[in-house]
Design a protein around this ligand. Structure first.
Ligand code: CU
Length: 311
């Protein structure tokens, strides 16, 4: 196909996808869908009646709230200077109003802190240290200016598992990055490439997602256990950055692809970060997945812009 023909075909495909997304929009948004196709007034009625607004996929998705079950995340500051090693402190305040000091160990740690800029740039997964007074401390890479989402993933000493989130703003010139296009194989740096394989992702059904790690072209068999599994997967929904828990399949130290079951709560675009350990180092591979009638607008925008944002 010549270049102009390919571009034209791409534009037509885009238009079709845009139409499909517009049509599907009402059907896939649980807050709006009432089956009648009359979205405006009916959804307002539903909201007022309080029914149909808590259908599957909308209730208590992790990572959308600063508080849950009486627990809340309290950052020492909501802004931080730009820099590669920026101190960050926070506490989890319990239902009794006191900083929580008792935590259960999950995936080998008492606290998992996931930090990512709201446009999915600058992903970090760090493990803060707990002070005797309940203050968690860690250093973050805030080199990129903009607003970050900070997810505290933990289980209280009482066994309450939750993901609380808050924003962190870093002043300076903000260069938003469009959502990367979905591709099957991504570069994870240091000679590593990771391929994603999954059945057609569908909202509301556990989707098996498998990752195959290659190093310098050769399949790596037997990655080292990391946080009690062969890999760690963080999945975030575009738009609101809902935080999905992915469940690793198989025993740590297994051979073959690294497998997870992912529960996508809705159609949409998702960014997922696979972390694995090989030869003593942690590597991260980031993927974009489009689930069930997702709008690829943001991804297409990226395609139009090409490598403008590659530094
Ligand atoms: Cu962690």
């Amino acid at each position: 196909m010549s270049a102009p023909v390919r571009i034209a075909a791409f534009a037509v495909g885009l238009a079709l996808l845009f139409t499909a997304a517009t049509v599907a929009g009402g059907a896939v948004d649980p807050d709006v869908d009432d089956g009648s196709g009359e979205h405006g007034t009916k959804s307002e009625e539903s909201a007022m009646n309080g029914h149909e607004t808590m259908s599957a996929g909308t209730e208590a998705l992790p990572g959308l709230a600063t508080s849950q079950a009486g627990y809340r995340i309290v950052p020492a500051a909501t802004t931080a200077p730009a820099g590669p090693r920026t101190p960050y402190e926070f506490t989890i305040v319990g239902p009794d109003g006191e900083p929580l000091t008792e935590y259960a160990v999950e995936h080998e740690r008492r606290m998992h802190l996931i930090v990512v800029r709201r446009d999915f740039a600058g992903f970090q997964h760090v493990h803060p240290e707990l002070g005797a007074d309940g203050t968690w401390r860690v250093e973050l890479d805030t080199t990129l200016s903009g607003t970050y989402r900070v997810f505290a993933d933990f289980t209280s000493g009482d066994g309450e598992a939750m993901t609380l989130a808050t924003d962190l703003s870093v002043p300076g010139a903000f260069e938003p990055r469009p959502l990367p296009m979905p591709v099957r194989t991504v570069d994870a740096g240091d000679g590593y490439a990771v391929r994603i394989d999954s059945s057609e992702p569908e909202a509301g059904v556990a989707t098996r997602v498998e990752f195959t790690v290659r190093r310098n072209g050769e399949v790596v068999d037997g990655v080292q256990p990391y946080l009690g599994a062969d890999g760690h997967l963080v999945v975030l929904r575009e738009g609101d950055l809902a935080f999905l828990h992915a469940h690793p399949q198989g025993e740590p130290g297994g051979s073959g692809p690294i497998a997870f079951d992912v529960d996508y709560p809705s159609a949409g675009a998702y960014r997922m970060y696979l972390q694995f350990r090989h030869r003593g180092a942690i590597h991260t591979a980031a993927f974009t997945e489009l689930v069930g009638g997702a709008s690829p607008i943001a991804a297409a925008e990226h395609n139009d812009r090409g490598d403008d944002h590659a530094h």
